[in-house]
Design a binder for this molecule. Structure first.
Ligand code: ADP
Length: 488
């Protein structure tokens, strides 16, 4: 379907080669074929991109937000028109099944539409002054040049989650996508280009974490960083970004609690979708199940039988339930953790091996008899591995749920409203679902986590805070110097 084309960076409204004169490949994880070559950019390219973003900042930030919104609405129109093609491209470049690829594009459509609507709001607040003849209110200001660093698991939606609010707030952007999904990013960039976005407002640079990602994080003239990726990289960014405004979304070890009064069949559907959707490669993946001991055996038996029926294969085929992992490293990491689980004496009930032949396929895997001290119950695997733990009551369930360093998503299946509300109150996570899986967030609500999952929230109204600063305005029309705090 794709001939091996050499794709370029997009700087100052032009498609240009890197100064490095080097390129790298992006592979289709289903068959390991290269789908294109991309610029292996370096610091010099980043400098040019930052300059371009700086040069366009005055004009872009001066444009009224409702006018910027018109461009975002055009992006919505173009994304809708291209949804099928882009969804398919996601399957080809990172492996998720087509219906999920289409969902990812839909999420990009939704966030551009939502943030375009913000063009006519971007609310601050007004409040009385403590003095007569004085007005006080707040407005939103853009931050400046923003560096956006994105992962491969939602190769269009996550860039869109960052681009749409960054742009509506009036920032200009240097965008570095993951080297596993540069083509999805380039196709999104082409849509921004077509939408009438002025040159220089968004600049796309492909390349390695070391030569491009790090240069963005350390760049003295970039004022904000929005990053989604691993905890390890997030920690590095915090140490190296200096005093930039930083937003981080770093993953999770999310649990589904299933109480003894739950609808087990519904919980099972949620576990399969949360644990194995996107082949377990979501930061909100349900990688732990915390089952009440009275229903544990029934749940385990049914879960194993459902998991064994899942069809692994090419995500473009309608019969496929689960696509490949993104790359060889992901297969090795998953296999490493399966080894850890076995050593820790958890019971491997199904899966636990990669498929032979081409492609990065790993069988959906269930461990039971897991306890909260085991590494497979604590560390993020980012593959199709679900660990089942058991507990005696709701309090223990919540304590086990919280006994991890992350705090992104969580879910509880119960028909007891008291248990549901206790979970909502006590679970330490940015998201709690009741009688629904750990995944499926909607763009008009905030998304993000607590503890080592990171800082800040994306999407929803709070998503605007990451990409804007609040300015407090005082206007004194008393005609004399008035002092606050009652000073004469
Ligand atoms: P993942 O395992 O999901 O790829 P990473 O954190 O390694 O998670 O990568 C997410 C994004 O961050 C990618 O675009 C990657 O190139 C980039 N990245 C990785 N390390 C760094 C770094 N030290 N500085 C800046 N960006 C980085």
């Amino acid at each position: 379907m794709f001939k091996i084309e050499v794709y370029k960076n997009y700087i100052d409204g032009k498609w240009v080669s890197s100064n490095s004169k080097k390129t790298f490949s992006s592979l289709n994880p289903t068959n390991e074929n290269a789908i294109g070559r991309f610029q292996l950019s370096n610091k010099r390219d980043i400098d040019l991109a930052v300059k371009s973003a700086e040069d366009s900042y005055w004009e872009w930030s001066s444009m009224p937000a409702p006018e910027r919104a018109e461009i975002l609405f055009e992006v919505v129109r173009l994304l809708k028109k291209d949804k099928q093609r882009l969804g398919k491209l996601e399957t080809i470049e990172m492996g998720k099944v087509l219906k999920e690829g289409l969902g990812d594009v839909q999420e990009a459509i939704d966030i551009f539409e939502y943030m375009a609507g913000e063009g006519r709001r971007l609310f601050g607040h007004t409040t009385p002054s403590e003095l007569k003849n004085k007005v006080a209110y707040t407005v939103r200001m853009p931050v400046g040049v923003f560096g956006l660093i994105t992962p491969w698991n939602f190769p269009i939606a996550i860039p869109a989650w960052k681009l749409a609010p960054a742009l509506i707030c009036g920032n200009t952007v240097v965008f570095k996508p993951s080297s596993d999904t540069p083509l999805c990013a380039i196709e999104l960039m082409k849509i921004l280009e077509k939408s009438g976005l002025p040159k220089g407002v968004v600049n796309l640079i492909t390349g390695s974490a070391k030569d491009t990602g790090e240069a963005i994080v350390k760049h003295p003239r970039i004022r904000g960083i929005s990053f989604t990726g691993s905890k390890f990289t997030g920690e590095w960014i915090v140490k190296n970004a200096g005093l930039k405004k930083v937003g981080l979304e770093l993953g999770g070890k999310n649990a589904i609690i299933v109480m003894d009064d739950a609808d087990i069949e519904m919980a099972l559907d949620g576990i399969i979708w949360g644990g194995f959707g996107t082949t377990g490669q979501r930061c909100t993946a349900a990688s732990r199940v915390i089952a009440h001991e009275d229903i544990k055996n029934e749940l385990n038996d049914k879960l194993i039988s459902m998991t064994e029926k899942l069809k692994l294969g090419d995500g473009l085929k309608e019969s496929t339930d689960i696509g490949p992992l993104v790359n060889k490293k992901a297969v090795e990491k998953t296999d490493y953790y399966v080894g850890v689980g076995k050593k820790e004496k958890a019971k491997l009930m199904c899966g636990g091996e990669q498929l032979k032949g081409k492609g990065f396929f790993y069988k959906p895997t269930i461990f039971t008899d897991v306890n909260e001290k085991m590494r497979i119950a604590k560390e993020e695997i980012f593959g199709p591995v679900v660990s089942v733990l058991s507990v005696k009551d709701i309090d223990e369930a919540i304590k086990v749920c919280n006994n991890i360093e992350y705090g992104l998503s969580s879910a509880i299946y119960t028909n007891d409203i008291n248990k549901a509300f206790k979970a909502i109150e006590k679970i330490e996570a940015g998201l709690t679902y009741v009688n629904s899986s750990t995944i499926g967030s909607e763009v008009h609500l905030p998304f993000g986590g607590v503890k080592h999952t990171g800082h800040g929230r994306e999407t929803g109204i709070e998503g605007l805070h990451e990409f804007s600063e609040t300015k407090t305005v005082y206007i004194d029309y008393s005609g004399k110097l008035q002092k606050a705090q009652g000073i004469d």
